[in-house]
Design a protein around this ligand. Sequence first.
Ligand SMILES: Cc1ncc(COP(=O)(O)O)c(C=O)c1O
Length: 485
Amino acid sequence: MESELMTKKPGPLYRELADEVQKLIERRSLRAGQRLPSVRVCARQRQISIGTVTEAYVVLENRGYIEARPKSGYYVRNRPAEMPKASPGSVLGPPVVVDEKDLAEHILDLSLDPSYFPLTTAFPGPGILPLEKLAKIASAVGKSDPGILGKYSMGRPYPPFVQELSRRYLQTGASLGHDDFIVTSSCSEALHLALGAVTKPGDVVVIESPAYFGFLMLISSMGLRAVEVPVDPKRGLSLEALTVALDSNDAKALIVTPSFHNPTGASMSNARKELLYSILCDYDIPAIEDDIYADLHHGPIRPKPLKAWDRDGRVLLCSSLSKTLAPGLGIGWISAGRYRDRIDEGKWTTSPLFTQKVAALFLQEGYDRQLRRMRAEYKKQLSAVKSAVRRFFPRGTTMTEPDGGFILWVELPPAVDTLELRLDALEEKIGTAPGPMFTMRDQFRNCIRLNCGLRWTGEFERAIQTLGRLASRQIDKKLMAAKAG
Ligand SMILES: Cc1ncc(COP(=O)(O)O)c(C=O)c1O
């Protein structure tokens, strides 16, 4: 539809307007149930005739996109949740970056729709993040220091916040001064800045395989190329494969999540982190380390970041409070080593001082207690999901054994196609994250990532049971087809 529209010569004015509105509906800028601007207002603003707007709306009505409601105006119609770009046709094609992006974007959209059970994104579920306590702190800061809302940060961090970060990293074994940190609005922004500092469009970066789809989207939007290196579910990034990749590519950086990797949950041991650092030195490349899940260890010790071994500033450590405190707070950071000034020069904005102050107070007061509670809950939730997968998924299914975070990577028998499963699950109102979302190559078709950040409930159990049933049905159908053929 898009390409057809783009190659078409401009048609009559009414059709151009109809096409424009249709695109907004398809992109969900205009949502089901929303009222369109009235014919009169639209005609006045655009300086076209009322007849032209009316005709455009009638065209859209005929195409099934909008409906007229008597005495009220035109409204976007309820269309099926599946939009054309996410149909199997567009995701089953050859593995090119843009397809992955479409799939990921559709899945992100879906995570905002509360009518789907949210196994899609790696979000903690309701009741797990300490939002009420955070709101109380925010309100107290607003009352006691309203002037802070009137201040620009001028790109400078709020000292108590970065001092708190420095203190916390010291405990993990990484000695980082408070002035090493640049405050960002999220881990994603930190990753974006890090990639921008060490690459230019067209460069090659090494990523894990499977990889967090946010990395794939960033890489694609920045015009970079990626080489995928396998992650071993038990030992994390394969260092053997990494050296092969570095031997055969002029890679400019590695992006790595050494602790509780998304989507496998795998972690590297200290010895392997140390070895990784020496490989980076041998090949003289920087590493962008994503440390976002490390505080969510299930065992007694918080894993050391790769940054702890960094002697020459080649590790750019990125993280945020999105998984442990509140994604809506909008606060992350980067400790960029030798690239610090390069990033700082171009950066004039940070997370607002108000937000940093609220975060600093939380980190100083209840954060450790909160982390202890969350770790215990995630451990319990992961164990409940694993046991349900064992009960309900087809024989031959295997899964990872994360000892931190809240993500589980499940490998189903080869006959199961999780892209197909995703469509079947949508009909049952379950959102899923199929394996192909986490790669730019044609692989992981029989894998699925499960978000275990949600409280274990009967509804959750039913969702896992349903996925298991749908997967088994696929296997049966394929077996029958093979027998018949
Ligand atoms: C590995 C990883 N990095 C970064 C992010 C994004 O973090 P933020 O919300 O702070 O941008 C996520 C979120 O799912 C993630 O899983």
